[in-house]
Ligand binder design. Structure first.
Ligand SMILES: CC(C)(COP(=O)(O)OP(=O)(O)OC[C@H]1O[C@@H](n2cnc3c(N)ncnc32)[C@H](O)[C@@H]1OP(=O)(O)O)[C@@H](O)C(=O)NCCC(=O)NCCS
Length: 153
């Protein structure tokens, strides 16, 4: 089984990115650049506890090996543990009302997390992957030709 390695974490103000490495390539080459297959991202939204999630396995040789599924599972686990502190750090300095809203929403609201995925309507593999992970389709945009899927945890 090929397990994606999480090489690098970077928190910009509104985005959290993990680069996905191919473990087997990295184990034999110790070369990070040639082992990169894609990335997975969280884009924080102003709604407390909500983040858009996406994945890209850019290299053809990396596809159909379960890497996207595993990377998303890891990102959801990571988000479950860290999302609130990351969002607070990310937003508080630029959105002065954000902390107030999080504080006002109370402990119960703060405990709720929502992952949002925007998927093109013809992207059958992604619809399959996100559905398998428990995401539910909540809306459809004719303008952008995409579905919105959500996972509440
Ligand atoms: C869609 C994408 C993320 C899939 O990555 P991947 O690592 O190949 O996916 P996985 O190997 O984890 O596949 C998971 C499931 O999807 C299925 N699948 C993957 N690619 C498929 C394809 N092209 N056609 C049909 N089914 C496909 C697999 O059979 C597997 O199903 P199973 O678990 O029931 O056996 C990748 O092709 C990609 O990056 N595409 C472009 C970017 C994109 O669409 N991102 C998603 C938007 S957030």
């Amino acid at each position: 089984m090929f397990v994606p390695s999480i090489l690098k974490f970077e928190l910009y103000f509104l985005e959290c990115t993990f680069i996905i490495l191919d473990n087997e390539r990295y184990a034999t080459s110790a070369d990070e650049l040639s082992s990169i297959v894609g990335d997975t991202n969280l884009f924080f939204q102003e709604e407390p506890g909500a983040a858009e999630i996406e994945v890209m396995i850019a290299e053809e040789w990396g596809r159909r090996r379960g890497l996207a599924t595993e990377a998303l599972e890891l990102m959801i686990k990571f988000g479950n543990i860290h999302i609130h502190s990351l969002i607070l750090r990310a937003f508080c300095s630029i959105h002065h009302d954000y902390l107030t809203r999080v504080l006002l929403s109370g402990k119960e609201e703060l405990g709720k997390l929502k992952f949002v995925a925007k998927i093109k309507q013809d992207n059958i593999p992604s619809i399959h992957i996100f559905s398998k992970l428990g995401f539910i389709q909540v809306s459809e945009s004719q303008v952008f030709n995409e579905f919105t899927f959500e996972l509440n945890v």
